[in-house]
Each structure stands twice: as C-alpha cells, then as structure tokens.
Design a protein around this ligand. Structure first.
Ligand code: GLY
Length: 381
C-alpha cells in the first residue's frame, strides 16, 4: 500500500529502493531506502571505491541480528572486515568506548584508507561517526541505520559525537558519511515502543516543512501504526528528502538547520531531568512538540486548530503529549542547560503554521510557564 494522498503529489515513485542525494559538493552522498538494502552494502561500498578494510561498529542487540549479513555482503565485495559491538544504550556514547575503538582499530592496523560501517541506531551512528571523524584525523564511514529514528534523522546530515558526564553531545564533529543504507526490513525487529518513538521525528518533518506530508500522515494512521512496508519506505524516503534539503541549505546549523530541533528544547530537558531512564528520545520530543505547538499559538500565530492537529496526530500514533508529572521549575532549569540556549535566554523553534517553522524565537518565562501549566495532565489510573 502506498501513502493515501491527502493532496496530490508523489512521495516515492517506485517500490524499488529509493535513492536520495544529499547534495553537499565534494561531500555529497546517497541515501538508499528500501527492502534488502543490507545485502547490497558491500556492492555499494565497492562502487564508492572504499577500502580495502572495513570496521563494522554495532551494538550487542543489533550485531547478532544483522552483523553477519553486513559482514558477508562486504566480504563478498572483496573487503577485509572486522566487527565490534558495544553495549546497547546511551551509555556507550562515551569517551571510554571511543578510546576502545581507537585501540581496536590500531590493533587491526587500520590505516587512512579503512572505512567504518555504523550498523545500528542513533547511539551507534553518533559514536562510530565520531570515531571515523577523529581516527587518524578522519576516515570515511557508512551509516547503516536499523532504527526508525536513525533512518529519518540521526544517520543523515553528518552530526556525530559523544556525551560528557555534564551533558549530551557535548563533544562531536560534523562529518558526513559517504553513504546511508537504510534497510526497512530491520524495523521488524524494533520493539513497538521504539518504533512509535521514531514516528515522533517523522511527524516533526511535516510540522516544520511540509503541510501536505503532515496531512498524508493523518490519512495513513493504520498503515503507520502497523509499519506497512511500502508506506514506510515512502515515509522514510520523504523524511530523508526533507532532511537532505535542510542540510544542503545549512550544513553547519548557522540558522535554518535548527528547525530540525522542533520540540527538542523541552524534549532534551525532559530526558535530562528524568535521568534518561523514563522517556525514549522520540517520546520526549513528542512531549516537546506538543508544548512547542501550544507555545507557537501564543508567540508565532499558529492557529489553535493546527496545534490541536499536531497533538492529535502524535496521540494517534501512540506518543505521549500530556504534561509530565514534573515541577515546572525543574523542567525550566534543565532547559537552560541545553546547548542551544544562548546567554541564558530560551529560544525555541516555533511553527507559524503546519509546514513552516522558524528557529530562534525568544520565549518569555511567564508565557512558558503558562503554556506548561495549561497542558493537559494525563489521567491518573
Ligand atoms: N538531528 C538534528 C540535526 O541533524 O540537525
């Protein structure tokens, strides 16, 4: 089933793997989205004349599932392959893991022609990407995302990094991959909660850049919830197209790229204040988007019925939107620590309407607190 269009316009023209170009001059690359892409990784790397050695970096959940297939695809294409797995979870985005990867690479004698294959979700992509950005002053890498969130967001655009004890992503680099290969069959092994969390970033693209896409999501709820393959391929490819365009226009996040952080100011704060143990990233972003939508009606003229549509779509996709049971002062403090805050003034990405967002809108504290307080609390069970 293809997307039911709510308005005319093709999203993905074929059932073969979609190809999307990220157009960045000498740093341009292709994103492949489709079924069976995993088995093509070796051949695609050979076309790019990478190698001769590849280091596949994965995590302990993903590696047993897809590591052997990626390794055989690379070997069949003539590469020498090493494979390492880090523990699954955010704690692997840390200095200790990064330094173990340097040791691993040195032990294997990897030189500057070697390349990295980041096989996994956002944590693996960020860690392996930063390893590739910094090892021997930079080697090439391929992103093979296996979570919905990584496919539509973190694998594209070249943001890499690790966390420090004092905050998320405080060390990193912009380092573009040479290829993104997203095999949607890997989503079948994704826990339902993680799949739903990835949908939050999908909704984000509609809100910030494409009203027709947003309407198509509203019109395809059942297929989205069940992960219908052709629909997913269309949706993921479309999100990648939007991201590729934003990154092309503002690779280093001087201004426009910040719209990709819609919902993230509060989202990151909620993750931080709850010790990263309560919400998945996408769930925190969903709460942050519902908040940012209400804030947008106050400060950016977003019509109230459009804010409601945003909240309703998130809710219909099984995502949280109701105000968390948390003190405003704790959430506010955590927002100040976000690295997007400048001179302690909170700036938000707000939507003027569904399909158009702008970054850097200053939000007075009194308004923020009112919007927080008017948010509906979840029903107590
Ligand atoms: N995830 C936001 C960005 O890539 O800019």
């Amino acid at each position: 089933m293809m997307l039911t269009p709510a308005s005319p316009g093709p999203i993905c023209s074929s059932l073969m793997a979609c190809k999307i170009k990220v157009d960045l001059g000498a740093r341009s690359y292709e994103i492949r989205v489709g079924e069976g892409v995993l088995a093509q990784v070796g051949a695609l790397c050979r076309e790019l004349e990478l190698g001769p050695s590849a280091l596949v970096v994965s995590d302990e959940h993903v590696n047993p599932l897809y590591g052997p297939a990626v390794e055989s695809s690379l070997r069949a294409a003539g590469f020498q392959v090493g494979r390492v797995a880090v523990p699954a979870g955010e704690s692997s985005k840390a200095e200790a893991r990064l330094f173990r990867l340097y040791d691993e690479a040195l032990d294997r004698g990897l030189d500057r022609r070697a390349f990295v294959v980041a096989l996994g979700g956002g944590v693996v992509g960020d860690l392996a990407g930063y390893f590739a950005a910094s090892y021997l002053r930079g080697i090439r890498y391929v992103q093979v995302p296996t979570s919905l969130l990584a496919m539509v967001d973190s694998s594209v655009g070249g943001k890499t990094g690790i966390n420090l004890p004092r905050g998320k992503n405080l060390v990193g680099a912009f380092h573009q991959p040479v290829l993104v290969a997203a095999d949607i069959t890997t989503l079948r092994s994704l826990p339902p909660r993680e799949y739903a969390a990835g949908l939050a970033e999908v909704v984000k693209y509609g809100v910030i850049r494409d009203a027709a896409f947003f309407a198509r999501l509203e019109a395809n709820l059942a297929g989205l919830r069940s992960g219908e393959p052709a629909l997913l391929e269309d949706v993921i490819a479309h999100c990648c197209r939007i991201k590729a365009e934003v990154v092309r226009l503002d690779e280093r996040e001087r201004s426009l790229r910040a719209i990709l952080n819609f919902g993230h100011t509060l989202g990151h704060a909620l993750e931080q204040v709850t010790g990263y143990g309560t919400y998945l990233h996408g769930e925190a972003v969903s709460l942050g988007m519902a908040f940012a939508a209400r804030l947008s009606t106050r400060l950016a003229g977003l019509p109230a019925d459009e804010a409601e549509r945003i909240e309703n779509l998130l809710r219909a996709l099984g995502l949280p939107v109701d105000r968390p049971d948390l003190d405003w002062s704790a959430a506010r403090r955590a927002m100040t620590l976000d690295k997007k805050t400048q001179d302690r003034v909170l700036k938000f990405v707000l939507a003027d309407r569904i399909g158009a967002a702008r970054p850097g809108v200053e939000a007075p504290d009194a308004v923020l607190e009112e919007v927080w307080t008017e948010g509906r609390q979840p029903k107590k069970r």
